[in-house]
Ligand binder design. Sequence first.
Ligand code: HAM
Length: 431
Amino acid sequence: MTPRLKAPKGTHDLWPRDAERFAAVEAVARRVFGGHGYGEIRTPTFESTELFARSVGETTDIVHKEMYTFPDRKGRSLTLRPENTAGVVRALVEKGLQDLPRPIRLWYAGPQFRYEQPQAGRYREFRQIGVELMGVASAAGDAEVVGMLFRFLRELGLSDAVATINCIPRGAAREAFSRALRDHVRPQAERLGGEDRKRLEENPLRLFDSKDPEARRILEGAPATLNFLDEASRAHHEELKRLLSSARVPFTESASIVRGIDYYTLTVFEVASRRLGAQNAILGGGRYDDLVAALGGPPTPAVGFAIGEDRLVEAMTADVRPPRSLFFVIPTSPLEFSYALGVADEIRECALEAVVEVDLSGRGLGKGLARAAQVLGDGSDYAHRVEAVRAVILGSKEREDDTVTVKDLATKQQESFPRRDLPERLAGRER
Ligand code: HAM
């Protein structure tokens, strides 16, 4: 027997019901971010492997063990993007960032790929919605991005979200922090696994990504990032906190948020949801002032975030899909098909947001009405979010008289009227 084909491990299909929820979330993103002057960018799903090694960082888990990397037919090393910030920066540098008016405000939505151990909320193909603001060095840039993020979350009904923020030292201060971290961990290094010992020597900040409970215990008493900030960084952090408070963005501080990507400088933040299980980080972001220059562009401060769209949709309790009216057009025999298809198109023109389905079975009125009632009660993955269902019954009498008979399935009320009255009857009333 031929083995059954299955979706690859860590991927999942989005059926219409879920796809509609994702589309509705993306529509809110487009409206909220667009309303702040952010334009949408779509970058390639795969990029040169070198891009991620140089931005996300060689010693991060993402680059080290989670990338889908493959040679193309000409032997070039390509990688399915594990995140989108690197691609956005690459696109801007390639376009000539120095010639663009600043600041540059962009957002994106799309699939990302990481070879992780799948579990609830953690996939190998997942979707992100992200934002990047380039060319603003002051804390006002961070505050714009985080304030906009909270407006977006509120619109989706996630009004209990709280940001956790931290500030990661830059330059010489970062070196000093890394040294202090090493000094703290080294005396207990024999209790660490091989990988964490490597992290300790190569990039001690990455120890915070360790999932080993022993490593976590050692880090509990570790030096705090905030004690290593130089004066300018400390002022940036204090200013951000002041701006967030006056914008009424709920936040707390935590020294253990360092994020699993190397490009961050100064501000980093995350938002978790109590509604999710172990994989509860809905989003993460921060400032990356050195990345544009590292990828060959002019020095450009930048800040952004990316939301895990799959986790966001799982955490949402409100159904953001707009409810729609359904017209179920029933030709009572195949003789009425042509009339029915014409009437269905007219209804679509009058009621732009309505769902207009034609019963193509030709099995008569009784079966047609039964199917319409089924659609109303349908909670399956395939279902629309339908609020009112009207059956549009088209038999030989309607075809001959050029009329339509409309039956409201909830009230059971039925009326017949001339087909030419459809626009007037439906105008402004239907979604
Ligand atoms: P990140 O923290 O690696 O940051 O990912 C952001 C979010 O993507 C996470 O908080 C999580 O919700 C979601 N996510 C990550 N991995 C998975 C997975 N395997 N399955 C499901 N969801 C996942 C970034 O990617 C940065 N580019 C964010 C950023 C933008 N920083 C500045 N600008």
